[in-house]
Design a protein around this ligand. Structure first.
Ligand SMILES: [Zn+2]
Ligand SMILES: [Zn+2]
Ligand SMILES: [Zn+2]
Length: 151
C-alpha cells in the first residue's frame, strides 16, 4: 500500500522538493509523502517519526527533525508552536486558516471565518497597520468523548 502510494507520488514530490531549492533525498521524499497522505494534518515530529516506523521506514528521529526544519525554511511546511504542547507541522497548502486547539488531548481543528478575517483587517487598518501575517488560535477542550490526556 505504502509502496504504491510512494511510487505514484514520487515524481510530484521530487519536483516539489526541487522547486523548494532542496536536493532530493529519500528521507525528504518520504516525509513529504507522509505529510500529504496523513489524516492528521498537524502532526508533531514524534508523530511523523512513529508513522514512518509503522510503515517500516528506517528514518531516525534526528533526521525527521532536520528535514522538517529544512522544509520549514524552504516554505514547504509551516510550524506551529501551540501552547502547552510540542510543535506541530503542516504542509503549506497556500490556503489561510486558523486553529482550534484542545488543551487536553492536543486535537487541532482548522477553521476559516470571513467575518473574523474582515474584522481583523479593519482593526489593523484603523491603527495604521498593514497586515503581513496573522494567526488566530482558540484554546479549549474539544467535544470528543474520548478526549483524554493520553490522546
Ligand atoms: Zn485568519
Ligand atoms: Zn480533546
Ligand atoms: Zn492547519
Amino acid at each position: 500500500m505504502w509502496q504504491r502510494e510512494f511510487t505514484e507520488g514520487f515524481q510530484l514530490h521530487n519536483s516539489e522538493i526541487k522547486k523548494a531549492g532542496l536536493k532530493v533525498t529519500l528521507p525528504r521524499i518520504k516525509i513529504l509523502e507522509l505529510l500529504e497522505v496523513s489524516s492528521d494534518r498537524h502532526p508533531s515530529a514524534e508523530d511523523i517519526y512513529k508513522m514512518l516506523i509503522e510503515r517500516g521506514e528506517d528514518i531516525g528521529l534526528a533526521t525527521v527533525y532536520r528535514v522538517l526544519t529544512q522544509f520549514e525554511t524552504a516554505g514547504l511546511v509551516v510550524k506551529h508552536n501551540f501552547e502547552g504542547g510540542h510543535s506541530v507541522f503542516e504542509l503549506d497548502r497556500g490556503e489561510h486558516h486558523d486553529h482550534l486547539v484542545c488543551v487536553v488531548c492536543g486535537k487541532v481543528e482548522e477553521f476559516f471565518d470571513r467575518l473574523i478575517e474582515t474584522r481583523q483587517k479593519e482593526i489593523a487598518e484603523e491603527r495604521g497597520f498593514a497586515i503581513l501575517d496573522h494567526a488566530l488560535t482558540i484554546y479549549g477542550r474539544c467535544g470528543d468523548p474520548n478526549c483524554s490526556c493520553d490522546g
